[in-house]
Design a protein around this ligand. Structure first.
Ligand SMILES: [Zn+2]
Length: 419
């Protein structure tokens, strides 16, 4: 398989540290609100990558962190009058529910920041001992002047970067916090430097070091995380024992856009996953996402989703008679997946396989993409029709209509069965 790495800026053959194993880390959510379609895109892509690698015989350890200590959580908890842990647990549960609704189930382990505080403190301590971090009265900061490879991932000269709002106690405006000193309510811990809480970037490297060590195969996330988040991760991890590169394959998903702008909480132009699922089912959402290459921008429009629904329905309509294996179609699918996870080409191969009646391939590849390309068996449908008939007989029309409407929204039209 070949993958594009943001670090080398080229499509490279995939060579993992261990020939049969893949260690994949993907930045997880900050659990202070519902996830939107922009998040769905990133997590669908890495779900498909992990499933494809496993189908190909690799043992994939897919690790994701849960950022459950953060300014946004502190502020939101205050607004809602709940504790930080209550808010974080609530939105962690909602996140996992959304992932399940989207058929995203390839993650091996979710690691919360708050359950890795000893590992975080230990990593900060080692960075201070190395002399690459310094302590002030507001916190512990990473000294970027000590790290020569800073800027390697984003390809930007540090000098050209806009300096972020500076904390007066920092030596350099771009130095970032490893540990913030202060009382932050519930999520405040003792440390060798005083009470406080971790910075954002250190959480990822403390967690990935615990499960993968200082070097591993792949790190994924949205394009907007390259700077400063992923640059900071590299500086932290590579400063420990100097192992380089921390990760060889840095994989970044393109933006999901709405009218040309990135979908984001801050712009207010987002559609939550659960709202989208009221209109489109998970197969349509995944199909829409995978119709674009993961590194390209993807426009979210109703028209786009409607076209995807039609395209998917067409595949199901033509894939009815099993005509045996289509070797060329199968090769086209795997070639596409091997070429930097080219899912639009893989879907073109699916269309061909549907036309040629290779139902076994459609079933198998459907599991990799998390999309059902074959018509559902009529059994569950008739069960629902029976239940609706029963409800109507008991004059529970509201529930009966609700089932009909929800099924219609999912693209399945059921008729009233006569009693
Ligand atoms: Zn992260």
């Amino acid at each position: 398989m070949k993958l594009y790495s943001t670090l080398s800026r080229t499509v490279e053959p995939l060579v993992t540290l261990h020939p049969d194993r893949v260690a994949l880390f993907v930045c997880g959510p900050t659990v202070y609100d519902y996830s939107h379609l922009g998040h769905a895109r990133t997590y669908v892509v890495f779900d498909v990558l992990a499933k494809y690698l496993r189908w190909n015989g690799k043992e994939v350890f897919y690790l994701q962190n849960i950022t459950d200590v953060d300014d946004k959580i502190i502020n939101r908890a205050k607004e809602e009058g709940v504790s930080q842990s209550e808010l974080a647990r609530k939105f962690e549960t909602e996140y996992l529910r959304d992932m399940k609704s989207l058929g995203i189930d390839a993650v091996s382990y979710y690691a919360r920041a708050t359950t890795h505080i000893p590992e975080i403190i230990d990593q900060v301590r080692r960075l201070v001992d190395k002399g690459v971090a310094y302590v002030t009265d507001t916190g512990v900061y990473f000294n970027l002047d000590t790290f020569d490879r800073n800027g390697e991932l984003s390809g930007q000269e540090r000098a050209k970067r806009k300096s972020r709002v500076s904390d007066s106690s920092k030596h350099n405006a771009l130095d970032f916090a490893l540990w913030k000193l202060g009382e932050f309510g519930e999520y405040t811990w003792d440390s060798p430097w005083g009470r406080g809480r971790p910075g954002w970037h250190i959480e990822d490297t403390a967690i990935s070091e615990k499960y993968f060590g200082q070097q591993y195969d792949m790190h994924g996330g949205g394009l907007d995380l390259i700077f400063p988040h992923h640059e900071a991760e590299i500086a932290q991890m590579e400063s420990l024992e100097g192992k380089h590169p921390m990760v060889r394959y840095w994989l970044h998903t393109g933006f999901l856009t709405v009218k040309g702008e990135k979908m984001s909480k801050s712009l207010g132009n987002f559609i939550t996953i659960r709202d989208a699922l009221k209109t489109w089912n998970k197969d349509v959402l995944r199909y829409s996402i995978l119709l674009s290459h993961y590194r390209s921008p993807l426009q979210a429009t109703d028209e786009g989703f409607a076209n995807a629904a039609k395209g998917l329905e067409h595949i199901r309509a033509i894939a009815t008679k099993d005509k045996g294996a289509d070797a060329e179609g199968r090769k086209a699918f795997t070639d596409a997946m091997e070429t930097d996870l080219n899912t639009p080409m893989a879907i073109a191969a699916i269309q061909r396989l549907a036309g040629n009646g290779d139902l076994e391939a459609l079933r198998e590849y459907g599991e990799i993409l998390g999309i059902n390309f074959l018509r559902e068996s009529s059994a569950p449908l008739s069960v629902l029709e029976d239940i609706r008939a029963e409800l109507r007989a008991k004059k529970q029309f509201e529930v009966s209509d609700l089932i009909r409407d929800r099924m219609a929204a999912a693209g399945i039209h059921i008729t009233d069965k006569r009693l």
